[in-house]
Design a protein around this ligand. Structure first.
Ligand SMILES: NC(=O)c1ccc[n+]([C@@H]2O[C@H](COP(=O)([O-])OP(=O)(O)OC[C@H]3O[C@@H](n4cnc5c(N)ncnc54)[C@H](O)[C@@H]3O)[C@@H](O)[C@H]2O)c1
Length: 324
C-alpha cells in the first residue's frame, strides 16, 4: 500500500499521514500551503512528518499537469483526498476558492484516480451536507437523511463531491468512501475553528464573539478518534455493485457552545469576555452524528470525552503558543 494524502499539511491530512507512517505505510503528501490560516503551523506539521517513508510535493490539486506527474512518478495505490477549502463562513467571502479547490480540484483527483486505477479513494465530506436542522436538534443525523438543502456554498461543494464521486464509482467501479466529518478538534488543530480561535483570544485578553446568543451545539470529534475511523475504513472499501459509501465521523455527543467556553475557561484558567452577535448566514445551529453505520462497518466508534479531548488540545496549544 502506498497512499497519496492531499492536504497533508492540514490538520486532518497531517494527522492521518502521521498515523500511516507509524503503521509503516509509505505516504506521498501534497499540499499547496495556502495562507487561509498561519502557514507556519502547516510548516510545523510538515516538519513532524519529515521522516523515512514520507515524500512531499507543494502543489495545488487542481493543477492537472503537476498532479499527473506526481501520480506517474509515485504510483500510489490509495488516495486520501483531504485538500480543499475548509470553513463555512469564509465561503461567503471568497466563493471562488471553494469552486477551484473543492470542485475543480476534486474532479482532477477523480480523473487521475480513474486513470491510475486507484484501489480505494477516500475523501473529506462534511456534516454540513445535512443543512440547518434547528427544529430537529434532538434527532441524530443519519446517512439516509436528505442532504439537498445546503446552508452554504461550502456545504454545496461537499455534497457535489459526494455526487461526483458516486458517478465515478458507478461508471468505473472505483471504490469510494466519503467521510462526513463532524467538527474535528485536537492538538495541531485549525486556528479558524471556534475552540482554537477562542483559546487564542482568551490568552491574549481579547473578547470572543458568540453568535446566536450561544444557542448552538456541535458534535465535537477528537482527532485521534477521527483518524482511527479513517484508518479502519481505508481497509474496508465497499464491495457492493457500486462500491460507494458515505459515513458519519462524529462522537454522537453534541456539546453546547457554553460548555465549550467553560472548558476553555477551566483549562486556560482565564475568564472569557463574551461579545454576543446575531446568527450568521451560512451557519447551522446544531450538529449531531448517528454513527451506527460506522460502528457496524469497522466495529469502532469515537470514544474520547470532550473534557479529555479539550485537556489534550489545551496542553498542546499552551506548549505550541509558548514555543512559537
Ligand atoms: N476539521 C473539521 O472539523 C472538518 C469538518 C468537516 C470537513 N472537513 C474537511 O476535511 C478536510 C481537511 O480539513 P482540515 O480541518 O484538515 O483543514 P485544513 O485547512 O487544516 O487542511 C486542508 C489543507 O489543504 C490544503 N489545500 C487547500 N486547498 C488546496 C488545493 N487546492 N490544493 C492543494 N492543497 C490545498 C491547505 O493548505 C490545508 O493545509 C477539508 O476538506 C475540510 O473541508 C473538516
Amino acid at each position: 500500500m502506498k497512499v497519496l494524502v492531499t492536504g497533508a499539511a492540514g490538520f486532518i491530512g497531517y494527522s492521518i499521514s502521521k498515523r500511516l507512517l507509524q503503521e509503516g505505510v509509505e505516504v506521498v503528501g501534497v499540499d499547496n500551503l495556502n495562507d487561509y490560516y498561519d502557514v507556519r503551523l502547516k510548516e510545523a506539521r510538515l516538519h513532524q512528518l519529515d521522516q523515512q517513508g514520507f515524500t512531499f510535493y507543494k502543489e495545488s490539486v487542481e493543477n492537472r499537469y503537476a498532479m499527473d506527474t506526481i501520480f506517474h512518478k509515485e504510483r500510489p495505490t490509495h488516495v486520501i483526498h483531504f485538500a480543499g477549502q475548509a470553513g463555512v463562513r469564509y465561503s461567503l467571502e471568497n466563493p471562488e476558492a471553494y469552486i477551484n479547490g473543492n470542485l475543480v480540484g476534486f474532479y482532477q483527483m477523480m480523473e487521475l484516480s480513474k486513470e491510475y486505477s486507484i484501489q480505494h479513494f477516500l475523501f473529506a465530506s462534511s456534516s454540513s451536507v445535512y443543512g440547518d436542522r434547528q427544529h430537529q436538534k434532538d434527532k441524530p443525523f443519519n446517512e439516509e437523511d436528505r442532504t439537498d438543502t445546503p446552508a452554504s456554498l461550502y456545504a454545496a461543494t461537499k455534497k457535489s463531491n459526494e455526487m461526483m464521486s458516486y458517478s465515478y464509482s458507478q461508471l468505473f467501479s472505483i471504490p469510494v468512501t466519503g467521510l462526513r466529518f463532524f467538527t474535528v478538534y485536537g492538538p495541531w488543530g485549525r486556528p479558524d475553528m471556534a475552540y482554537y480561535s477562542f483559546a487564542q483570544k482568551m490568552v491574549q485578553g481579547e473578547s470572543i464573539t458568540v453568535f446566536h446568543n450561544g444557542e448552538m451545539s456541535r458534535d465535537y470529534t477528537y482527532i485521534d478518534d477521527a483518524i482511527e475511523s479513517v484508518w479502519r475504513l481505508l481497509h474496508n472499501p465497499s464491495e457492493e455493485r457500486v462500491p460507494y459509501q458515505v459515513y458519519n465521523i462524529g462522537s454522537s455527543s453534541p456539546v453546547r457552545l457554553t460548555s465549550l467556553i467553560e472548558e476553555l475557561e477551566r483549562g486556560l484558567n482565564k475568564k472569557a469576555h463574551i461579545h454576543y452577535a446575531p446568527f450568521q448566514k451560512g451557519d447551522v445551529t446544531h450538529t449531531f452524528a448517528d454513527v451506527e453505520k460506522l460502528l457496524e462497518r469497522v466495529n469502532y466508534k469515537p470514544t474520547t470525552s470532550f473534557r479529555q479531548g479539550m485537556k489534550d488540545f489545551i496542553g498542546w496549544f499552551t506548549e505550541y503558543t509558548v514555543k512559537g
